[in-house]
Design a protein around this ligand. Structure first.
Ligand SMILES: NC(=O)C1=CN([C@@H]2O[C@H](COP(=O)(O)OP(=O)(O)OC[C@H]3O[C@@H](n4cnc5c(N)ncnc54)[C@H](OP(=O)(O)O)[C@@H]3O)[C@@H](O)[C@H]2O)C=CC1
Ligand SMILES: O=C(O)C1=N[C@H](C(=O)O)C[C@H](O)C1
Length: 266
């Protein structure tokens, strides 16, 4: 069987490094190139800390996808770069698996239309950890019975986007089952701006950023005399890799855009 030919964008990043390792160690995957703005013209093996792979490194996606035959692009960069990469991949007939967070609803709609036009698969997954997907699904179930919910997401202090993609996705899923309401006292006032967190459909999201953290989320449901707390912790980036593998395998069989790994987990 032919291997799935993969390009990784952001190979020096915390997630990109793990993704390169995953591709290298997975028998049915092959790393055919990497996209790295600082190391165009080099080989992957020449970048400090990356495995001994002879694949070329490009700094420009157009050049990369014109010269290299690839099946899948794994993007782990920033929302602006990730959007540009995803559009370029689809235009070159390459299926994107996007872990990058911070895409807007409009970005996702635009990519959905392009994916349909190109008749390709595309997976955008704000969180690849299976435990996090379950936490989101359980939150969606709970919100039907507990409409008062606050999401507390906690990440390392190098994270660029807030709230996290996972928190936004959790809120999106909750909105499907929760009876809309504005939480808290109707006359509540913040005496310090931001004290009540971000408001999404009347729910609140709080973003904690501290050194030492990796990726954690707690969803708290309150009701008369009882409370339900659902929590997931990623203690390292390896926790995301089984989801990346699953996404790569699935995107090869798809011809639509899927936003969220919960849509492909059996
Ligand atoms: N879906 C999931 O399960 C997960 C998603 N994430 C998301 O993945 C993304 C990456 O996270 P993480 O690995 O921690 O971040 P890092 O900052 O460690 O890595 C980001 C990578 O993107 C590159 N990059 C940044 N800006 C540019 C640019 N303008 N052009 C080209 N490359 C650029 C960086 O290269 P350089 O050094 O040159 O800046 C770096 O290699 C984030 O959006 C994060 O939220 C993270 C964990 C899990
Ligand atoms: O930046 C991170 O680290 C993470 N980002 C994703 C998000 O924004 O939800 C996934 C995970 O929480 C780790």
């Amino acid at each position: 069987m032919e291997k799935i030919k993969i390009v990784v964008a952001g190979p020096r990043g915390r997630m990109g490094r793990e993704a390169v390792k995953l591709v290298h160690e997975t028998g049915e995957f092959e790393l055919v190139a990497a996209l790295d703005r600082k190391h165009g013209g080099m080989l992957v093996k020449d970048i400090e800390g990356l495995p001994a792979i002879d694949a070329p490194v490009y700094s420009d996606i157009e050049e990369c996808l014109s010269l290299v035959r690839a099946d899948v692009l794994i993007d782990l960069t920033t929302p602006e770069v990730g959007m540009k990469h995803t559009v370029a991949a689809l235009n070159h007939g390459v299926r994107p698996v996007v872990g990058t967070t911070g895409f807007s609803k409009e970005d996702i709609q635009e990519l959905e239309a392009l994916t349909a036009e190109k008749d390709l698969g595309c997976i955008i997954a704000p969180n690849f950890a299976v435990g996090a997907i379950l936490m989101m699904k359980f939150s969606q179930m709970a919100a039907k019975y507990f409409p008062d919910v606050e999401i507390i997401e906690m990440h390392h202090d190098q994270k660029l986007d807030a709230p996290s993609g996972t928190a936004v996705k959790t809120a999106d899923l909750i909105m499907e089952t929760r009876t809309k309401k504005t939480q808290g006292h109707p006359s509540e006032k913040e005496t310090l701006a931001g004290a009540r967190g971000a408001n999404i459909d009347g729910m609140r999201i709080h973003s904690v950023r501290l050194p030492g953290l990796v990726a954690h989320q707690q969803v708290m449901f309150g009701s008369d005399g009882q409370m339900l707390t659902l929590r997931h912790d990623s203690f390292n980036r390896a926790s995301f890799m089984s989801g990346v593998k699953l996404a790569v395998e699935n995107v090869m069989k798809m011809n639509v855009l899927v936003y969220g790994l919960e849509n492909i987990l059996e």
